[in-house]
Design a protein around this ligand. Structure first.
Ligand code: PBG
Length: 326
């Protein structure tokens, strides 16, 4: 085995051309999904306090936004709805005229080539803010499945390209797959939030989506952060139930989980760089404490290096601009 001085690791780092030649991981705009928050009403563009630069839009403003997103080369958006009316069973989640169903139709009309992924969950639509039906203070798994399936089906009927259940009920991928297949949507893929942790990093999102639980927390259905073996079982289950793509969420604090899933399963893998990850970087950048562009590109590269094929990020629009000017 030869070593120094025959081997000099620095030889291939000397110029940018050499570094580019041996670069192992490349983030591309085509890997990114941009989240959009949609509210009812018109002419609303409302900044989210804990996520500067991220807004809630009413549907009438979406055509301009999605046109810009598509022009940047971002292939997909993921939609979150904030309904006017919430109730115990999240009725507006599966209302054919609901905020998301209308948004899907608006976007598909404006930019048919842009993929529309929908978040399938009840927490933004329930008065108690939990992701399912509450019975005696506990989120009832099996009663929730039918409502999730109805929600996913209503998204597909409105024109969604991909449905993404994020509720963490057991059996929801199977319930959604059956509902889609029975109604002629056998070609609509499911991106399962398979390993979704009960994370404090969702804080800013809950402000954005007005979806904080009104009592208790989500730890009886989302995963316990210390567990990675369990993440592999979650992914295995979702694949067995018919998931086409799987997700790990959050991203940056869970790179080890992303790597494990990548090494264990041959399915397209998404990572969700969540609201708290965005807020941390944005806050430090606004203070002048970090170089925002470099931090974001380094972070996205790390998520990809860990094994993610797809990254959902609030920085997608900035990243697309930065990547095209490198
Ligand atoms: C809905 C949902 C949440 C996020 C995505 N889908 C919130 C939660 O589970 O509490 C979080 C996204 C983010 O923080 O950016 N269940």
């Amino acid at each position: 085995m030869s070593s120094f001085p025959q081997i000099r690791m620095r030889r291939l780092r000397r110029t940018e051309a050499l570094r580019a030649l041996v670069r192992e991981t490349q983030v591309e705009t085509g890997d990114l999904i941009y989240p959009l928050f949609v509210v009812e009403g018109s002419q609303i563009k409302q900044e989210i306090t804990s996520m500067p630069g991220i807004y809630r839009y009413s549907s009438d403003l979406l055509p301009g936004e999605v046109d810009d997103i598509a022009k940047l080369g971002i292939p997909a958006v993921i939609l979150f709805g904030i309904p006017e009316k919430k109730d115990e069973v999240g009725s507006s989640a599966y209302d054919p005229e609901g905020v998301i169903q209308q948004a899907i139709r608006t976007i598909k009309k404006a930019t048919p080539e842009l993929l529309v992924v929908t978040d399938v969950c009840l927490c933004e639509y329930t008065s108690h803010g939990h992701c399912g039906v509450v019975v005696d203070g506990y989120v009832d798994n099996d009663k929730t499945l039918e409502l999730l399936a109805k929600t996913a089906l209503s998204h597909a009927e409105a024109g969604a390209d991909v449905v993404a259940p994020s509720d963490m009920m057991d059996g929801r991928v199977k319930a959604i797959r059956q509902a889609l297949d029975k109604n002629g949507f056998q070609d609509t893929p499911i991106l399962a939030y398979a390993a979704k942790y009960a994370s404090a990093f969702y804080g800013p999102f809950r402000e954005a989506a007005e979806s904080a639980p009104q009592f208790g927390d989500r730890r009886s259905y989302q995963m316990d952060p210390p567990n990675w073996r369990e993440a592999l079982r979650e992914v295995e289950q979702d694949i067995a139930e018919g998931a086409d793509m799987v997700m790990v969420k959050p991203a940056l604090p869970y790179l080890d989980v992303i790597r494990k899933v990548r090494d264990t399963f041959n399915y397209p893998l998404a990572a969700y760089s969540v609201s708290g990850e965005y807020a941390m970087v944005k806050a430090a950048a606004q203070q002048g404490w970090l170089d925002e562009k470099r931090i974001v590109l380094e972070t996205l590269t790390a998520i990809k290096r860990a094994g993610a094929d797809i990254i959902i990020t609030y920085y997608a629009r900035d990243a697309a601009r930065w990547l095209s000017s490198i």
